[in-house]
Design a protein around this ligand. Structure first.
Ligand code: AMP
Ligand code: ZN
Length: 477
């Protein structure tokens, strides 16, 4: 709102209330959407790391989001229901479950409350009545609209102003910036509709967030979050509704993440340039790799999505995991061989038998110098790129392994990479496969191929050494 970085001061000491605009549940979330929830997850975790008690509410839009932002077109959920022959409830239930599954796969802390728009119809009607009483609404043949000309400072958020706000033309309203609060069902056959003082219909898309946030968090609350596409219209409309109705600010701070882009273009369902977590899994990319990619960038900067960015993230994640797990040739293989006392060790095909061994212990101490630097980075507008630099410097430092582990686990409260839980397969299957191929090449004395494979292994962040017990793998930093 202030167009500058501001010091965060909570409304209630030690507590932070956060409202997050959630998904419209008619399709799978794509990883661009998920970037938004990852940015918010970092915000939450950083607040928690600083000792705040966070209460986060996220709405789930299960009614009223139309295909056109001009408040015309079809309800996205009704349309999907029609297309698939399912009920609107089946659609919203299914995609909400999928959404929550994605959040969990990415180790995103779930909000304290999910609030379904359809469960707050009464509150939304009350809010519209309040706006009507205060003279901010008008009625057309199509519904009840908010009169933006009556609201002083409309478009203040993001400095878009009334003139520059994203606007759409519709024959049903007086002004392009005006927006629907309640839509009449009219001749439409709808599955989800409710009675209201103005006629049978359903709420406009923006009103749910004003009604839910005020009911669940109070007004004002501390931080409102969402993707940057919401600034111009959706959030300015939320502000107009809530502030016109109750004469006080909606939220003290606004937090918007920049887009995830593919070849410079916003990842979007409509553009067709999107991927889901399932698409990534199909290519052998685990959700945590995407998490690493998304959180190591700055939330206000575009995040480029590409194969090479993912490979980089996988390598970095491998290195972090390897701090806790070091690979050794299979221990059973070792015992057998030593008891046999053969001299054939170097010829044994061990590559495919590699195991990771948990090397974590609880003896380490969190290093205060690194912690201070980490904290300074995350507390300066969530500067994650800088925080990651601290992480890498810690890893390269001369600190003991157990202190590195303890410090890294402490940082992982913010990073959320699940480093502690990730014990076994620290060596990715791909690396193991390359190592065993390399062993075959070595046996066949194909040194050229063996060297090539070593390079490929190095590109994945690992070094392979040939010991007389077989190949030993470690990270290459
Ligand atoms: P939607 O389900 O379309 O309302 O979007 C859910 C959230 O994802 C919103 O906060 C959007 O601003 C955000 N979002 C949509 N596309 C992207 C993208 N390409 N990159 C980052 N955030 C996005
Ligand atoms: Zn919203």
């Amino acid at each position: 709102m202030g167009r500058k970085k501001q010091e965060f001061k909570p409304i209630k000491r030690g507590q932070v209330s956060v409202y997050t605009c959630g998904p419209t549940v008619y399709q799978y979330a794509h990883i661009g959407n998920l970037r938004a929830y990852l940015a918010e997850d970092i915000l939450r975790r950083v607040l928690g790391y600083n000792g705040y008690k966070v209460r986060q509410v996220m709405n789930i839009t299960d009614v009223g989001h139309l295909t056109s932002d001009a408040d015309t077109g079809e309800d996205k959920i009704e349309r999907e229901a029609k297309k698939t022959g399912k009920t609107a409830k089946e659609i919203t239930k299914f995609y909400t479950e999928q959404f929550i599954r994605d959040l969990k796969a990415l180790n995103i802390e779930l909000p304290n409350k999910f609030a379904w728009a359809s469960k707050y119809i009464k509150e939304q009607i009350e809010l519209i009545k309040q706006l009507e009483k205060r003279g901010y609404t008008y009625k057309t043949s199509d519904g009840i609209y908010f009169d933006t000309a009556k609201f002083k400072n409309y478009g203040r958020l993001g400095g878009v102003g009334a003139g520059k706000a994203r606007v759409w033309h519709s024959p049903y309203k007086k002004r392009e910036t005006d927006f629907a609060l309640w839509k009449f069902s009219g001749m439409q056959k709808r599955q989800q509709e409710w009675k209201s003082p103005w006629g049978v219909g359903y709420p406009g898309w923006h009103i749910e967030c004003s009604a839910i946030s005020t009911k669940e968090l109070g007004q004002p609350f501390d931080i409102h979050t969402g993707g940057e596409d919401h600034i111009a219209t959706h959030h300015n409309n939320e502000i107009a509704q809530s502030e016109a109705a109750y004469g006080k600010p909606l939220a003290h701070y606004w937090f918007h993440n920049a887009f995830m882009v593919v070849n410079g273009a916003k990842m979007a369902k409509s553009a067709g340039n999107f991927y889901t977590l399932t698409d990534l899994a199909g290519q052998g990319i685990e959700p945590m790799v995407f998490r690493y990619l998304a959180i190591s960038g700055h939330y206000r900067q575009k995040l480029g999505f590409s194969k090479s960015a993912l490979v980089g993230a996988q390598n970095s994640l491998n290195k972090l995991r390897a701090v806790f797990a070091v690979s050794l040739p299979s221990s059973s293989g070792l015992t057998r061989r030593s008891s046999q006392k053969t001299k054939m060790d170097s010829r044994l095909p061990l590559g495919h038998e590699l195991e990771a061994e948990w090397r974590g212990n609880d003896k380490g101490k969190v290093d205060t110098t690194y912690k201070k630097r980490f904290l300074a980075a995350i507390n300066d507008d969530l500067n994650m790129p800088k925080a990651m630099t601290v992480v890498w410097e810690l890893l390269k430092s001369k600190k003991s392994l157990s202190d590195k582990q303890a410090t890294l686990l402490d940082f992982d409260k913010v990073l959320g990479l699940g480093l502690k839980d990730h014990k076994p397969s620290a060596i990715p299957a791909e690396v193991k496969k390359l190592v065993s191929e390399r062993e075959k090449a070595r046996k066949a004395k194909d040194w050229q191929r063996s060297d090539k494979l070593r390079d490929r292994i190095a590109k994945l962040g690992f070094v392979v050494e040939d010991t007389n017990r077989g190949p030993r793998i470690s990270t290459n930093d």
